[in-house]
Design a protein. Structure first.
Length: 278
């Protein structure tokens, strides 16, 4: 027993000896981003390497707000990400439920099309999508254009389909025998059982919307509808780049996401594991 315990201790030490330096390497750029956000413009490009925060964060934030109206763009990003996440989770759950529990003509074709969309680069789809939304429907610079076109998420559909497929069918059959309607089975039985998977999917979709840059850049040209990543991109001009503002905005956008992920990582890991095991 003592030999086994000693062997486990050595393996733990060796594992930490490898993982801790890797974690530090991953965290170092984030720490330098925090350092740069607290420095003046001339200090960022100083030859000296500074690893201690300075006192210019508030000044950089004031300049960032003056240049972009950053608080307004953060509000737009929060609204878009929350509405997108809630709506997309509902739609992908409904699609995953239908593909997992119902038999209908063309089910294999539908599943094949959904799988096929995963192989398409986003840049192949974005131009036709832009032409349809902006020119055909005239919906540029609207909340609808920001939220609705990216709603379909093939990965989310397959994720939820896998989760619903793992659930015992006898449970749903018993509910039907008791006279429970189909939509009640879905909302009151299936979705609560898929809570870990839904939690993981919410994190993935929220981060995807929060970091989305290309589509909001294409579909909007009004400052009051600008999202936060687009606002940071606008600080890169032809003759001037506001690196202090960019780093300050990046810290403001990154910090809440890191906190949310740390708090919900248990649900995220559980959801990923639940969707991956069959």
């Amino acid at each position: 027993m003592r030999s086994k315990s000693t062997s486990t201790l050595y393996r733990t030490i060796a594992l930490h000896a490898v993982l801790v330096p890797l974690a530090l390497i991953w965290l170092f750029p984030i720490w330098m981003m925090v350092i740069f956000s607290t420095m003046p413009e001339n200090g960022i490009f100083s030859p000296a390497i500074n690893l201690i925060p300075s006192d210019q964060f508030w000044n950089n934030f004031v300049l960032l707000e003056e240049d972009t109206g950053f608080l307004r763009t953060v509000f737009v990003s929060v609204v878009v990400a929350l509405v997108y996440t809630a709506t997309s989770v509902l739609l992908t759950s409904m699609a995953g439920w239908a593909l997992a529990r119902y038999q209908f003509v063309g089910k294999g074709v539908v599943l094949g099309i959904i799988l096929g969309t995963l192989t398409l680069p986003y840049f192949v789809v974005v131009i036709p999508q832009f032409i349809m939304v902006a020119r055909t429907f005239g919906l540029a610079n609207t909340w609808f254009a920001l939220i609705v076109p990216p709603l379909f998420n093939a990965l989310g559909v397959l994720f939820m389909r896998q989760s619903f497929s793992m659930m015992p069918g006898e449970l749903f059959d018993a509910a039907r025998v008791e006279g429970v309607k189909e939509w009640q089975i879905f909302l009151r039985v299936a979705l609560p059982m898929a809570r870990p998977t839904i939690a993981a999917l919410c994190i993935i979709l929220f981060l995807a919307s929060w970091n989305n840059y290309l589509w909001p850049l294409l579909i909007n040209n009004r400052p009051d509808m600008m999202t936060a990543p687009v606002a940071l991109g606008s600080l890169i001009g032809v003759t001037r780049v506001s690196w202090g503002g960019i780093m300050t905005g990046a810290v403001i956008l990154t910090a809440p996401m890191l906190v949310v992920f740390v708090l919900l990582q248990r649900h995220f890991v559980a959801g990923i594991a639940a969707g991956a095991i069959k």
